[in-house]
Design a protein around this ligand. Structure first.
Ligand code: GDP
Ligand code: MG
Length: 240
C-alpha cells in the first residue's frame, strides 16, 4: 500500500481537530497525519500532542506564532518529501473538506500527479455560504483561470492531493504567498511542469465551528499574484 500523509494546518481548531483526526485514521487507506499548529491560543497543539503520543500515525509540528497557511504547507511538503511519503494531501481542519472523500483522490494517483477537490467542476457544490461569498469566490476563480490561462475551475481550492513527483517538481521555498494565492500558485507551477492534473467534484460545507482566518489582505495578495503569474507565463520565467 502507498504511504500517504494528510497535512492539516491549524490555528484555533480545538473544537474540530480530534474528531477530524479520528475520522481520517478510520479510513482503510492507513493514512498518516501531520498537523502544523501555530501556537493556537485555544490549545489545539496540546490536544494533538496528546493524540500523537498515543498513535504513531499522528505527527505534530508546533510553530511559535501565527505564520500563515502558505508557510505551513511548505513545511508539510518538506516533511512529506523528507520522510518518503508517496503522496500528500492539503486539507482544512474545519470539516469543510470531508475526510470520506480522501479515498476518491487516492484512486486517481496512478493516472494523475495533482488531484484538486473542486467546488465548481460539476455546477456549484457549496453548502451554507451566503450568495455574496459564493459569487465572490466563483468570480475570483473565473478571473484567476482567465488571467493565468490554467484550465482548472477551482484554483483556490485547499483540498488537494499531490504525488511525490508533484511535490518534488516545485521550488516551494520560493513561495511568498499565503491562503488563496498559495493555492493558485501551487496549481500554476505544477501545470507548468507538464504533470497531469485532475479536478474532481467535492461538496464544500462551510465550517460549523470555529472561525475563518481568511482576510482582505489575503484576497488582495491573490489578486496581484494572478497578474504576476500571467507575466511569468508570457516572459517564460520560472513559476516560483
Ligand atoms: N498553522 C496555521 N494554520 C492556519 C493559519 N491560518 C489558517 N489556518 C488553518 O488553515 C485551514 C484553513 O483556514 P480557514 O480559516 O478555515 O479558511 P477558510 O476555509 O478559507 O475560511 C484551517 O484548518 C485553519 O485552522 C495559520 O496562520 N497557521
Ligand atoms: Mg475553512
Amino acid at each position: 500500500m502507498k504511504k500517504g500523509l494528510v497535512i492539516i494546518p491549524t490555528y484555533n481548531e480545538a473544537v474540530n481537530i480530534k474528531k477530524i483526526i479520528n475520522q481520517i485514521l478510520s479510513l482503510p487507506n492507513r493514512l498518516e497525519i501531520l498537523v502544523v499548529d501555530d501556537n493556537s491560543p485555544d490549545g489545539t497543539g496540546n490536544i494533538v500532542e496528546k493524540l500523537a503520543r498515543a498513535n504513531k500515525r499522528i505527527h505534530l509540528v508546533r510553530r511559535p506564532s501565527k505564520m500563515g497557511l502558505g508557510t505551513a504547507y511548505v513545511l508539510g511538503f518538506g516533511y512529506a518529501i523528507e520522510h518518503g511519503y508517496d503522496f500528500a494531501f492539503e486539507m482544512d481542519a474545519d470539516f469543510s473538506h470531508n475526510p470520506d472523500d480522501l479515498p476518491r483522490f487516492i484512486e486517481l494517483l496512478d493516472e494523475y500527479d495533482l488531484i484538486v477537490g473542486s467546488r465548481y467542476v460539476d455546477g456549484v457544490s457549496v453548502v451554507n455560504w451566503p450568495m455574496k461569498r459564493l459569487l465572490l469566490s466563483f468570480l475570483a476563480c473565473l478571473f484567476a483561470r482567465i488571467v493565468t490561462g490554467i484550465p482548472v475551475k477551482d484554483l483556490t481550492s485547499g483540498f488537494k492531493c499531490y504525488s511525490n513527483k508533484a511535490l518534488g517538481s516545485v521550488n516551494w521555498k520560493n513561495f511568498k504567498v499565503d491562503g488563496y494565492g498559495f493555492q493558485i500558485q501551487s496549481v500554476f507551477c505544477i501545470c507548468k511542469t507538464g504533470l497531469r492534473i485532475k479536478e474532481i467534484p467535492i461538496i464544500f460545507v462551510e465550517r460549523r465551528q470555529g472561525e475563518s482566518k481568511m482576510s482582505k489582505r489575503i484576497i488582495w495578495e491573490a489578486f496581484w499574484l494572478v497578474w504576476k503569474l500571467r507575466a511569468k507565463s508570457i516572459l517564460r520565467r520560472k513559476c516560483s
